[in-house]
Design a protein around this ligand. Structure first.
Ligand code: FES
Ligand SMILES: [Fe+2]
Length: 443
């Protein structure tokens, strides 16, 4: 079958764009191919738009569901609940070491197959077979039915029909993704585009010490992503926590201005400055000096070897982090001090979402390293809580008193880009539905 490589691409032929320095003439916004006019934020408060967005964006994209470290051995599994799409996914490492995903529903009468304590909550574990709690049917790790209780009482059972329905599942750099389409429009690698290969040499596999926290944010999922797509808000939202000296970079004398942007397809990234390893702790927070640790991570990091050629693509002299925002709802933050963070934003409805923050370090070798890591974890959480607050107030105000024009500056180019791509996908979906004779409504 002929490949359709860039069906979902943002602008075919223009999928990758390195804009490391602000263009001398013009702007990043224009270099990204985006209009500079005010934008509508209808996409964050209109329930009708949300219904279309679920289908146009989430049901058609590759979605990150978890790290491979959660599936350490054959028989390891975890579930991922996506109630806004009506999906519970079961992700399993099979006896052949392959990672597969299935709809988490028993083939007998459709009961939820894998859950513990509370069926609404995700679960994880390890087993040889999955046993349904209702009538005891069992399924092997490849999803095939392995046991039917009192089978002779049934009529013409065909084992091929009884297998758990598969969900497309692929792994990139240890990140497990699923795709809910019957036939994905592109492979995971095509979806991520070649440019993201820059990131895959980062030693993610060394960083197995995981800290995970999550919560419900009363704001549209894009509103929270927007909060780390720019540093324009930092001096105000995080005024008590930041030391501008730690942020300013060699070529960029203005703190909290993003010095480097990059767009690749509908994904995007920026780099910004930060402290270098084994240096003096430059912070106004006394605990940072005590634990030799800050928002940027422990300042005496373990040696993890090269971070990969593609990291810090703008070659910032005092590089702190890369923020790789993968469409639609998944961000990898790679820190210069040798650790990384993952953000997931899962819609609940148009004005709330489930937020999952995961932080990964090399396992600490002693008590002090542990304390340094914990101090970073607590500091990141504190920052994130500040963003929670401003996202929720923004959502409330925009929902109650929407305008049709909001004003974005050139430092907010990634905010503009995300909303532009989502609206574009929804419009494309609407057109396709109309051509198929549908009304453009969610299916
Ligand atoms: S619904 Fe699972 S065995 Fe009956
Ligand atoms: Fe923030």
């Amino acid at each position: 079958m002929q490949k359709r490589p860039h069906v979902q691409g943002y602008t075919p032929g223009e999928r990758a764009l390195d804009v490391f320095e602000k263009p001398e003439a013009g702007s990043w916004t224009e270099a990204f191919g985006l209009p500079t006019t005010p934008v509508s934020l209808r996409d964050i408060h209109d329930p009708g738009f949300f219904e279309l967005e679920k289908e146009a964006v989430f049901r058609r994209s590759w979605l990150y569901v978890g790290r491979v470290e959660r599936l350490p051995r054959r028989g390891s599994y975890f579930t991922k609940e996506l109630p806004f799409l009506g999906v519970s996914a079961l992700i399993v490492r099979g006896l052949d070491d392959h990672i597969r995903a299935f709809h988490n529903a028993c083939s007998h009468r459709g009961n939820k197959l894998v859950w513990s304590d509370d069926p609404d909550r995700e679960t994880a574990g390890s087993c040889r077979q999955f046993a349904c709690k209702y009538h005891g049917w069992r399924f092997d790790l490849e999803g095939d039915v392995a046991y039917v209780h009192n089978a002779p009482e049934f009529f013409d059972l065909d084992p091929a029909e009884l297998a758990l329905p598969r969900i497309h599942c692929e792994v990139w750099a240890g990140f497990v993704f699923i795709n809910l389409l019957d036939e994905p429009r592109e492979t995971l690698r095509e979806f991520l585009t070649p440019t993201v290969e820059r990131l895959e040499d980062f030693p993610f596999e060394r960083m197995t010490e995981a800290w995970v926290c999550e919560g419900v944010v009363k704001a549209n999922w894009k509103v929270f992503i927007d909060a780390y797509q720019e540093l324009y808000h930092v001096p105000y939202v995080h005024s008590k926590m930041n030391d501008p000296k730690a942020q300013a970079t060699g070529s960029d004398k203005v703190p909290f201005m993003v010095p480097r942007f990059l767009r690749f397809g509908r994904h995007r990234m920026y780099s910004s400055g930060g402290p270098t390893a084994n240096s003096e702790v430059r912070s106004s927070r006394p605990l940072d000096a005590l634990f030799r640790s800050s928002l940027y991570g422990p300042i005496d990091p373990p040696d993890v070897g090269p971070l990969g050629e593609g990291i810090n693509p703008g070659r910032l002299e005092r590089w702190g982090l890369d923020n790789w925002m993968l469409y639609p709802n998944f961000t990898i933050q790679v820190w210069g001090l040798g650790w990384y963070t993952v953000y997931e934003h899962w819609p609940i409805d148009v004005d709330s979402h489930r937020f999952i923050l995961s932080m990964y370090f090399v396992p600490p070798r002693n008590g002090f390293e542990r304390l340094s890591q914990e101090h970073t974890v607590n500091t990141v959480r504190e920052f994130v809580l500040q963003d929670y607050g401003s996202c929720q107030t923004l959502q409330q105000a925009v929902s109650r008193n929407p305008r049709d024009r909001y004003f974005l500056n050139d430092q907010e180019v990634l905010v503009r880009h995300l909303h532009h791509c989502v609206v574009e996908d929804v419009e494309r979906y609407r057109r396709e539905r109309a051509q198929e004779g549908g009304a453009g409504d969610a299916r």
